[in-house]
Write a protein that binds this ligand. Structure first.
Ligand SMILES: Cc1cc2nc3c(=O)[nH]c(=O)nc-3n(C[C@H](O)[C@H](O)[C@H](O)COP(=O)(O)O)c2cc1C
Length: 212
C-alpha cells in the first residue's frame, strides 16, 4: 500500500461512502497524493481504451473563488473542500489512439498485429462518429472514471460529492479549456469530511433487477 493510502477495506470504502457537503477547510491534499489518486482512478475501463476523461484540479484559493459563482447551491462544498476536480470529456480523444496503442505494444501488453487491426478498424469509425454517439460514449466513460475516483478517494481517507448542479456552459472557458472540445461531466469535491453526512436509501435489488 502506498504511503498515502489509508485503507484497503472494500466494505468500508463502499458502504462508508456518502456525498459529503462540508469539509475541514484546513486540510490540503498535496499534488503528489492527488496525482496518485488520479492515476488509480484512471485505471477505470473505457470504450476501446480511449480514456476520454480530462481533469482540472482546482486546489488553489483563486481557482475556488472563480468556481464558487459557477457552482450554484454547491458553494459551501466547493469552498470548504481541499480541491474540486472538474471532470471533462475530450471530444478529440481519438487523437491519442496512436500513443495509447503504441505504448501498449512497446510494454508487451498487445501484439503489433492487434494494434494495427484495431487502429485500422477504429480510425474510420471514430472519424465518422456522430456527435450524439461521441457524447454518449464520453459520458459513459467519464462516469466510470468519476465513480472510481470517488472510491479511490475513500481508500485515501477522503470523501467526495459528485456535483451536477453548476454552470456547465461556462466551466470549460472559465478554466482555459476550449468549450467546443471539452464536455463538462461533473464536479467532484474532495476533502476530509467535517461531519458524517447523511445515509441515503437504495431501492432493493428486486426492484432494479430482472432475471431471465
Ligand atoms: C451526476 C450526479 C450529480 C449530482 N449533483 C449534486 C449536486 O449538484 N449537489 C449535491 O449536493 N449533490 C449532488 N449529487 C449527489 C446525490 O444527491 C447523491 O449521490 C445521492 O443523493 C445519494 O447519496 P450518497 O452519494 O450519499 O450515497 C449528485 C450525484 C450525481 C451522481
Amino acid at each position: 500500500m502506498s504511503k498515502f493510502q489509508k485503507t484497503n477495506d472494500f466494505n468500508e470504502i463502499v458502504y462508508g461512502r456518502r456525498s459529503i457537503k462540508v469539509y475541514d477547510p484546513t486540510v490540503k491534499i498535496s499534488r503528489e497524493e492527488m496525482i496518485e489518486i488520479l492515476e488509480k482512478a484512471s485505471k477505470a475501463p473505457s470504450s476501446i481504451n480511449m480514456q476520454p476523461w480530462r481533469f482540472v484540479v482546482i486546489d488553489t484559493e483563486e481557482g475556488k473563488e472563480k468556481l464558487a459563482p459557477l457552482s450554484r447551491f454547491n458553494k459551501e462544498k466547493v469552498l470548504s473542500s481541499s480541491a474540486v476536480i472538474a471532470v471533462f470529456g475530450d471530444k478529440k480523444n481519438f487523437d491519442y489512439a496512436e500513443e495509447i496503442y503504441s505504448n501498449a505494444v512497446e510494454l508487451g501488453y498487445m501484439p503489433q498485429e492487434v494494434k494495427d487491426a484495431q487502429i485500422n478498424a477504429f480510425t474510420p469509425y471514430y472519424a465518422n462518429m456522430s456527435e450524439d454517439v461521441m457524447k454518449d460514449t464520453i459520458m459513459l466513460d467519464a462516469g466510470l472514471v468519476s465513480m472510481q475516483l470517488m472510491l479511490v478517494a475513500r481508500a485515501y481517507g477522503y470523501d467526495t460529492n459528485p456535483i451536477g448542479g453548476y454552470e456547465k456552459d461556462q466551466i470549460a472557458e472559465s478554466f482555459g479549456l476550449e468549450k467546443d472540445r471539452y464536455i463538462p461531466i461533473m464536479l467532484l469535491t474532495i476533502g476530509k469530511a467535517a461531519n458524517e453526512g447523511f445515509q441515503s436509501y437504495r431501492l432493493p435489488v428486486d426492484t432494479i433487477t430482472e432475471w431471465r
